[in-house]
Design a protein around this ligand. Sequence first.
Ligand SMILES: C[S@@+](CC[C@H](N)C(=O)[O-])C[C@H]1O[C@@H](n2cnc3c(N)ncnc32)[C@H](O)[C@@H]1O
Length: 271
Amino acid sequence: MGSLLNPPDGFVFTGQDFAYIKDRIFALAGIRLSDQKDKMVYSRLSRRIRELGLGDFAQYCLRLEHDRDEQIQFINALTTNKTQFFREGHHFDFLAAIAEDHPAPLRIWSSACSTGEEPYSIAAQLVSLGRREDRILATDLNTQVLATAQSGLYDVNEAASIPPGILADTFLKGRGDQAGWMRPCRQVRDRVTFRQLNLIGPWPFRHKFNLIFCRNVMIYFDRPTQATLIERFYQQLEDGGFLLLGHAEGLDKHQQGFVSLGKTIYQKVAV
Ligand SMILES: C[S@@+](CC[C@H](N)C(=O)[O-])C[C@H]1O[C@@H](n2cnc3c(N)ncnc32)[C@H](O)[C@@H]1O
């Protein structure tokens, strides 16, 4: 196969390299890259090739075969981590309504939490309602985004999507050398536990959840992977629990075990 991309000062990247990379990210993360993603793959991985001092993509593919640390960097480079505080705001209105009907502590899983905006929004919503006992488990495959999430430090410009009352009650603005940064308050941070977890790997949970957020990640998976995940979410939810998906995702209307409550919110029912 000839070169796919081979800029004069760049690295040779053949169709064979691209095919290998597509297979590898699918095996490691369940992510299906389309043929149109060649430029994205080139730009994200050439940075790694440069850092490792390698000569071309073929050498990088060889390195990936056995180097576990590089496999982590590879996943970190190829996952898409776009997120926002209070993204898809209707899910947080729904959460507030559920919390009102559910005085006992809620167990919530933010299953592709990226840099943490989603789980901190969940916690901030609940803490602003005076709740102090809910627990949020926040997981992602990408170790780099998890490190950002755990630091809890965000550019103040990210505050724009946080409802003003919740922002005032639950976020702290940095001063001095932390100016320009903000952080969720201690009560919010204490509600959230971060862990690395691959959605297509084992789930070592002792408990079931009342709500599972799985938003804007299933779009990267193929149909069989999505179907398996939905079945596993069903098993991992309490009876009557809720599954919240991203705006471009949704369950088939014939999907057994869930009823749609609208706006990509599904409730577990007995089958
Ligand atoms: C676009 S972000 C979505 C973030 C957040 N849920 C939201 O809706 O704003 C997708 C996240 O899924 C993660 N991801 C991709 N494949 C994964 C897998 N197999 N297991 C767990 N997380 C995965 C990525 O690392 C990324 O952080």
